[in-house]
Write a protein that binds this ligand. Structure first.
Ligand code: ADP
Length: 255
């Protein structure tokens, strides 16, 4: 994998990072839902330079039939990086990393989806990373839970995710690709805020117990901020849908 150019320092004398952020600052976040007509639900996320599109199909009849579960829906998830999503062309074939990420993302979403309402069906979640810049599994989870909601799939809550890490010996929120590569540790976290449930917790690198606790609480706070933005994104869409429906219902004025 080609490495991004190593920056001289990850934190400057003023305590700012290479993209000008403070240690506890998220990258700019943009969320959208319902942009694909052909999928049952969809969402798009930009988190810093990450650009990720998610499409959801289902619940629909399970194919092949032998994967069907008699008492619940089966969630299938595919995290995939487009060949043009990184500096050097990535093979479009699924890598071991993509297979692992597909599994952990599915496991982070499963606890909130009311799968027992739809026995013998599948729910397919396609996460397409168009441009990647660190923290893409977390951005993928945030967008995937929005796309599930956009598909009208009953859920207990939305899942929000964000990574935290250690760069130049300091705990920092929402690492970019260079910070991830040249930093000391990376800790992706997914949270269901209103249930207080952590559905993803991984760690790459080493942290002391105190650093882990500081990082985890920083990531959980960031997940709550992201969760509020997810809710706003969904509300905004339904306000637009309601307005359009009301306009259609306006009686015609005949002169
Ligand atoms: P995450 O994106 O969740 O942080 P990783 O920690 O595994 O996942 O990867 C960190 C970053 O490394 C990715 O976001 C991406 O920018 C970069 N990366 C991953 N796979 C490749 C690849 N095949 N080629 C170039 N860069 C890659």
């Amino acid at each position: 994998m080609p490495e991004p150019k190593q920056p001289e320092k990850l934190i400057d004398e003023k305590g700012l990072r290479i993209d000008g952020r403070r240690l506890d600052q998220l990258r700019p976040l943009r969320l959208e839902v319902g942009l694909l007509d052909k999928a049952d639900g969809s969402a798009y996320i930009e988190q810093g330079k990450n650009k990720i599109l998610v499409a959801v199909y289902g619940p629909r009849e399970a194919h092949p039939k032998h994967i069907a579960m008699p008492e619940r829906a089966v969630i299938r998830c595919r995290y995939h990086m487009a060949p043009f999503s990184v500096d050097e062309r990535k093979s479009p074939a699924p890598s071991r990393r993509e297979m692992e990420l597909s599994k952990v993302i599915r496991e982070s979403l499963e606890p909130v989806v009311l799968t027992d309402l739809y026995p013998r069906t599948t729910i397919d979640v396609f996460i397409e990373v168009l441009q990647s810049d660190g923290g893409s599994r977390c951005a993928g989870i945030t967008a995937a839970s929005l796309a599930l909601a956009d598909a009208g799939i009953p859920m207990k809550e939305l899942v929000a995710a964000c990574a935290v890490g250690k760069i130049q010996g300091k705990i920092a929120l929402d690492l970019s690709d260079a910070e991830d590569k040249y930093g000391d540790a990376d800790l992706p976290v997914a949270l269901v805020p209103n249930m207080g449930l952590v559905t993803l917790l991984q760690m790459d690198g080493n942290l002391t117990t105190a650093e882990f606790e500081q990082g985890l609480s920083m990531a959980l706070e960031a997940c709550k901020t992201i969760h509020a933005m997810q809710r706003e994104t969904l509300k905004k869409k339904y306000a637009t849908v309601k307005e359009a429906a009301e306009e259609r219902e306006e009686p015609e004025i005949v002169a």
